[in-house]
Design a protein around this ligand. Structure first.
Ligand SMILES: NC(=O)c1ccc[n+]([C@@H]2O[C@H](COP(=O)([O-])OP(=O)(O)OC[C@H]3O[C@@H](n4cnc5c(N)ncnc54)[C@H](OP(=O)(O)O)[C@@H]3O)[C@@H](O)[C@H]2O)c1
Length: 300
């Protein structure tokens, strides 16, 4: 039997699609998430469910043992009292397990802005993860640095329904690369199967073009029959109140606001010129029609 690809976050936005792409290619997959029941749909497609906590290095070493390659991601928790401590602890666990299990190749879900060592909120955890993985001498590493997930727009559905607007603390005119998680997963699955990559490298994944929140709102509005949909930049106080009301910890709210500032100031961005390799195919128009409009109708 062929040794499996191990996928962290196998029930999440990106991990579930990486696992799906590998299964569709006939590859063996071991999927990690916290609960067996949530791994059920992947198991039904032939994956080996491997439930457990990424913060538990012993469990992870077992999960990574015998892997052909591993897809790692750093889960975000919005209710922990100290987001940095949480991210660092999970990052340490991932790296220690990669080392213990002598994993030959790893593909990391990182982010634009991961080159920076401050001022990026949750992306700082990914900077730390990349840095730690780079110390592993026996593991070849490819760090994927995608832009803003198109799926983030789904978080706007409640405000869209309740107030008839789209909004966030990000400036309406900030240029942001927006990428579909499906495209990230396709690249990750291809790289996991590519036995030729060695050393360590970074690859940006930036969607077809940069977009502003105003442009994105017009595209999303058109897809749901609301071509007049407006984008409003919320003040930090307004956003803080809303996020706290959703049960987010102060540490998580601080981190998210810091990240939004990074987008506004243009510091969270690709360090390279866009090129064919970093440009991914799914347009926001396509995402809006196939995913966003469907979710909007389902939430009605
Ligand atoms: N959103 C963006 O615009 C953006 C852009 C660039 C990079 N990123 C990065 O992408 C990552 C998020 O990726 P995503 O959206 O695919 O994730 P997601 O949809 O939030 O899914 C998180 C995954 O991690 C699993 N998980 C959570 N806590 C866990 C734990 N303690 N132990 C084991 N599994 C755990 C979840 O499974 P269960 O809940 O089933 O356990 C789920 O499979 C973050 O690191 C984020 O910084 C995000």
């Amino acid at each position: 039997m062929k040794s499996p690809f191990v996928i962290c976050g196998a029930t999440g936005n990106v991990g579930s699609k990486v696992a799906g792409a590998l299964l569709a290619a006939g590859e063996p997959v071991r999927g990690i998430a916290r609960e067996r029941v949530r791994l059920g749909p992947l198991a039904a497609r032939g994956a080996e469910p491997f439930p457990g906590d990424i913060g538990d290095a012993k469990f992870l070493s077992k999960a990574f043992t015998g892997a052909r390659a591993v897809f790692v991601m750093l889960p975000t928790s919005f209710n922990v009292s100290d987001m940095r401590e949480y991210q660092d602890r999970l990052g340490e666990s991932l790296v220690s397990a990669l080392s213990d299990a002598r994993v030959p190749r790893v593909v990391t879900l990182s982010s634009v802005g991961a080159h920076l060592s401050r001022g990026t909120g949750p992306i700082l955890g990914l900077h730390g993860l990349e840095t730690k993985i780079d110390t592993l001498t026996a593991t070849a590493a490819m760090h994927l640095r995608p832009g803003y997930f198109m799926e983030n727009h789904l978080f706007s559905l409640p405000v869209l329904r309740e107030r008839g607007i789209n909004g966030s603390p990000i400036r309406p005119d900030a240029q942001i690369p927006m990428v579909a998680t499906k495209d990230i997963a396709d690249v990750a699955a291809r790289l996991l199967r590519d036995e030729t990559f060695t050393g360590r490298a970074v690859r940006y994944l930036l969607g077809p073009r940069d977009l502003t929140m105003s442009e994105a709102t017009r595209i999303l509005g058109q897809a749901i029959g609301r071509p007049d949909l407006k984008y409003v930049q919320f003040s930090e106080e307004e956003a803080r109140k809303a996020m706290t009301g959703m049960g987010m910890s102060e540490s998580a709210v601080d981190a998210m606001l810091e990240m939004d500032r990074g987008f506004n100031e243009g510091t969270i961005r690709s360090t390279r010129e866009r090129n064919a390799e970093s440009t991914t195919p799914t347009t926001l128009e396509e995402f809006a029609k196939t995913v966003f409009a469907h979710a909007y109708r389902a939430a009605a």
